[in-house]
Design a protein. Sequence first.
Length: 292
Amino acid sequence: MTDIAFIGLGNMGGPMAANLVKAGHKVRGFDLSEQSRQAAEATGVSCPADLAAAVAGASVVITMLPKGEHVLSVWGDLKPMLEAGTLLIDCSTIDVDSARKAHEIAADAKCHSLDAPVSGGISGASQATLTFMAGGEQKAYDAANPILQAMGRRIVHCGGPGAGQAAKICNNMLLGISMIGACEAFALGEKLGLTHQALFDVISTSSGQCWSVNTYCPVPGPVATSPANRDYQPGFAAALMLKDLLLSQDAASSVSVQTPLGQAAADLYRQFEQSGNGMKDFSGIIEMLRKA
Ligand code: NAD
């Protein structure tokens, strides 16, 4: 049993913390939102009123927060509270530069650290089937591994500090591009008189197959679990996809790499979000592409 503090008990952090409790760890949590703290308490996470009380005595501190600025602010606040040797794990999806700055904060406090963003969404968080992409020293990875195992199914050590965020950003850029491609193919197939099922049966077993079609098909029918069957309720919200695509474009320009399809995907998701669809599932962009 490990004494763990979990900061950020939202849609992802709440069920992840609950899985740590189920695995037998002692978990104290903190979130600015009282509603999130109450929901976490119901799953066995004890939630004291402030950050200091949540981390007191913890040998592992996990953060699951919206953006880089939140992570740097919380890790900065934590710095004077931590004992040397504490392991800090950030599971949020943030920019690579902020992830590296967070590792520096941990090193200044003589703590170990890992960036470990996740793939798998809210259902993966609830079912403890997340994939973790980890960046940091081997020692930090080895210490974090058994903790991450309680929340996920696959843990990949991608390299040094920031490598987990780099892998996450590359993966999600490809996901955004492939979803737009899948939507274009189905929108075109409709106009050419193909049924969704016929086109799915071909693509899902041919050279165009990809996760966006086979597992998350953007039209209702062929894949019963895809958000297209429930009017594009997320799932993975378009606003979060836009956030990840913008992170990929910032990262690409910081290393002078051209990603024209990544840029086009970011532009299309920005347009989709600006027309009031940020909270729709990201596969719902097919509705905008059909109109275009
Ligand atoms: P969320 O908004 O539901 O949860 C974030 C929580 O952080 C909120 O409860 C908020 O109150 C809390 N918070 C913000 N600032 C805080 C602070 N200073 N101290 C304490 N708590 C604070 O977001 P989420 O969906 O859980 O996503 C969290 C991270 O995981 C994001 O970086 C997101 O991109 C990433 N992610 C989300 C999904 C998904 O499907 N939702 C999938 C993969 C990765």
